[in-house]
Design a protein around this ligand. Structure first.
Ligand SMILES: [Zn+2]
Length: 144
């Protein structure tokens, strides 16, 4: 990884050896949101207006997965053409039990995934622009 690296999306995840997603949690009902919500709780049964930033679980279980047939929506689209096929996984976070969609780590595909399998969060380069590496979070299968 080069010295100049920035998140492709600001504020969605941390860039460390143990990266994690950043979400918000309602102080009233405890519901966790990702990407971060602000202003008010999205839980229709809650009137909470206080959301605190939380670091989410680094691991989760595969809830569903697919081979991407289409280009994914922003922020996953790199400015250059994407030639490599990739897999998408919907992962239920270990603690929060929120399902979060993400690409599967480089070098892994649908053959490496199964429902219920454990994956961990990694941060990998998405594309390079003017010598600056833009990073995105991905789900990496963990050997059983
Ligand atoms: Zn709430």
């Amino acid at each position: 990884m080069s010295n100049t690296a920035v998140p492709a999306v600001e504020g969605w995840f941390t860039i460390t050896d143990q990266p994690c997603l950043l979400g918000t949690r309602c102080t009233a009902c405890g519901t966790v949101f990702f990407p971060r919500a602000s202003g008010f709780c999205r839980n229709p049964d809650c009137r909470g207006r206080q959301l605190e930033e939380v670091e989410l679980s680094r691991t989760g279980k595969v809830w569903s997965y697919t081979d991407a047939q289409y280009q994914p929506p922003p922020p996953y689209i790199p400015p250059s053409e994407m030639h490599e096929p990739f897999a998408l996984a919907a992962v239920e976070l270990a603690e929060e039990q929120v399902v979060i969609l993400g690409q599967v780590a480089k070098g892994f595909g649908v053959d490496d995934l199964s429902v219920g399998a454990t994956v961990e969060l990694v941060v990998e380069p998405l594309y390079e622009l003017d010598g600056v590496e833009h990073l995105i979070y991905r789900w990496k299968p963990v050997a059983p």
